[in-house]
Design a protein around this ligand. Sequence first.
Ligand code: FE2
Length: 257
Amino acid sequence: MSTSSPADPGTRFSRRDLLLAAAGGIGVLGAAGTGRAAEQAATAAPAGAPASAPPAAPTGPFTLPALPYADNALDPVISSTTLGFHHGKHHQAYVDNLNKAVMGTPFAAMPLEKIIAATYGVADKSGVYNNAAQHWNHSFYWRSLKARGGGEPGNALRLKIEASFGSVDACRKELLTAATTQFGSGWAWLAQDGAKLVVVKTGNADSPLNKGQKPLLAIDVWEHAYYLDYQNRRADYVGALIARLLDWNFAAENLGS
Ligand code: FE2
């Protein structure tokens, strides 16, 4: 088993990500690192933002990134209880299961995005795919949210949204519709598809990466993301998240040229 974290020279993270990672700031995915030390630096919690779970002992190449905010920072839209379970139990389980699944295989030395691409739709690799994709999706979801988010996107992103959807409100409505009509577990996304922006919904662990699209924002609509706070009222969770937590700056940083 490889004891080093996979490197990914083709990582999609922005210059801000890399600067923050170098400073030990907001966590990016393990795949963006160039070794366990780099990964640990990249996933360290920002000052004053305690992780919702104690760091687990290293058991493989992938580690749980620290939340980029305190576990009560998204209250009351997402409670600290939900965030603690979601990050510390559910996301941790995907990381643990991924480490077990790749142990002793060539996947252990591969960047996360390459694992996802190599196992998507491969029947006997579904265990690797599901846990790798869910690790990627959740790491991206945490960064799609922030305390006192929502509001209006910056000018460059607003112009792109208006060109694709007509208005920011229309984009928000498409996100809400995608998130509330996704049957069963899955995700709603704002993504870039060539020159235009699109809203897509995906089931289970799938993401726009599978279609060659570039994710900009993610909304988790698995029940574990909201059930403790909203029970069956998924629309209330999504509506509040879009209005009060979405980090449009993160979406703008993910925009490609
Ligand atoms: Fe989740």
